[in-house]
Design a protein around this ligand. Sequence first.
Ligand code: AMP
Ligand code: GLY
Length: 423
Amino acid sequence: MNILILGSGGREHTFAWKIAKSSKCEKLYVAPGNSGTAAIATNINIGVNDFEAIKIVVLENAIDLVVVGPEDPLVNGIHDFFLADASIKHIAIIGPQKAAAALEGSKEFAKEFLYRHSIPTAAYESFTKETVEQGYAFLETLNAPYVLKADGLAAGKGVVILNDIAEAKAELKSMLVDAKFGNASTKVVIEEFLDGIELSCFVLTDGENYKILPTAKDYKRIGEGDTGLNTGGMGAVSPVPFATEAFLEKIETRIVKPTVEGLKKDNLPYVGFIFIGLIKVGDDPKVIEYNVRMGDPETEVVFPRLKNDLVEVLQAMANGTLNKIDIEIDQRAATTIMLVSGGYPEAYEKGKEITGIEAIENSIPFHAGAQLKDGKVVTSGGRVIAITSYGDTYQEAIKKSYQSIDKLNFDKMYYRKDIGFDL
Ligand code: AMP
Ligand code: GLY
């Protein structure tokens, strides 16, 4: 079959790497893709939100299956766009319809879903410009730190955690009254602070059945020791050593099952990935957030551990036969270290030549913000390349990634040297 992947990051390079191994994949396209996908698939230079252009590509190239990488097109309704058009409605789309994508697109919608289905999560209330005074009063009832979340998508910047009540009130005003995040902060969710260690759980569903992929932990902060600004993710480890069998059992019964059943009860059709951001409070998992896609860089450690033919799995998701699939996992650990442009997540330069990629032997380089230019691979984004390695232990895998990184270079290259430090 012919497959189109939407997106251009390390996640999409990993999808392409895994799909390209399948004998079921005839032609593979990535839109817009990067220098990594260019080496194993055909890149098509169109945006992930340009649905009309995507339709033309799909028809011209007889695409059978579309895998949506990022959340944006899902929240914008790409799946619904396909269903509403007779010429493309038969094409399988991996990614939920707009109504269910609101699990990521609206924090309030996600909290209401969690409460409605009695899934453990932080206590919360939500507020608008009209109820900002009640918001201040609610903050007074909580203990520090205060967690404020813009309701809508805010490019990963919409969650603010503050220790001081006066600052929390000022932030609430800035979000609601001064529209700090534009429309995304028309509503703000204020949450109880949960203290614990975070991990992510990835679920595949066809809307009826589900399968759980290996857990992973990502490192979101730019600085060592988890300090400094939030990023898209600086590295990841799978499996998560503290996720014991007993803890995984709790995740499945208390969170995964009621989530998939809740989607059915609420009439929210869902074919795709559910990324559940969890926090371990004492011995219990609680949901921090839902994402309606795979994580990045978690994909770069989860998919390398999946032994199945990914195309078979994706077909089963699309056909509603996921119950017929046995997920097989490589017992080795996988880790990835993200190399970023100096300055990221703030301003950074682009167009720097990346050297040494071909010298890497014991790791897999997944390209992210990297593009081909005049035959060279150059930086084109903040997160540039993720170096994934396997090991019998995560420590061994991390060591291999750092050894591979020694061979790589680009001007102002930065990476965290402490991935896995807290495990
Ligand atoms: P989110 O975008 O909802 O994942 O939030 C971003 C980050 O903020 C999470 O990965 C957590 O580190 C932190 N966070 C969000 N909600 C809470 C909470 N209720 N308690 C503690 N930390 C939180
Ligand atoms: N690494 C976190 C995310 O993909 O949202």
